[in-house]
Ligand binder design. Sequence first.
Ligand code: ZN
Length: 239
Amino acid sequence: MPHFECEYCSAFQEAPAGSAGKKAKCPRCRQTGIIQENEALVVPKKTPTRATDDIDLMPQYEERPGGPLERFVEGRLEACLGSTLARKHFGFADQLMAATILGAPKVILRTNDSGTASQSPLLLESKFAVQTTSDITAVEVTFLLFDVWNDLELKLTHSILEDVPAASVAAGLRTWPVLRAFNVSHYLTSFTYVSSVRLAHGRVQTTDPRVVVDLLSGLELRFENRGTFKGATQPFDLW
Ligand SMILES: [Zn+2]
């Protein structure tokens, strides 16, 4: 069955027969993507509506169960789909913030195929989308990456510095160079949220870090049970 899986917010939807290869707009964040033919090359999904806990879409090949998360095949970095470990991605939509992350963006590790020898051979990449409820002028998104032991491995941020009106969606694409591959070779889980918003009249909202810590403290249980965190912080208002 053809299907659409949004690269920005992980929305998943089945598509009509014969529609593979056509462009489609994401029903949630309105970004454009391509309808895929079938799921033969995709890791089987436990439930089609929960599109947040899959490893990245990569060509499939034979790999012993229990192998590493990824390896180089003919110079390309590929996910080991036979691994019994699966990458998971989570988004936290803080409903007191004027902008919230949509769905659960992926943070993927990939080779830098456009670079020169002086650039990093590996990149971390994320496509994400943010929904606004007020007019804003800037938004900062934070990506927390955890290793297989649920220890925080990396904290990455990206800021969108542009005017975004209320009730609209801003999408972003960001890559970060990876200088030491072992730092990211066994990261397993990402957790993405809007950490700061600058409103049009100048006020800044910041997600309460204590709420994030509280959400993450029950990491293992939460990771087994659901993909998207819902809740709200008491935002710090900075004038
Ligand atoms: Zn989307």
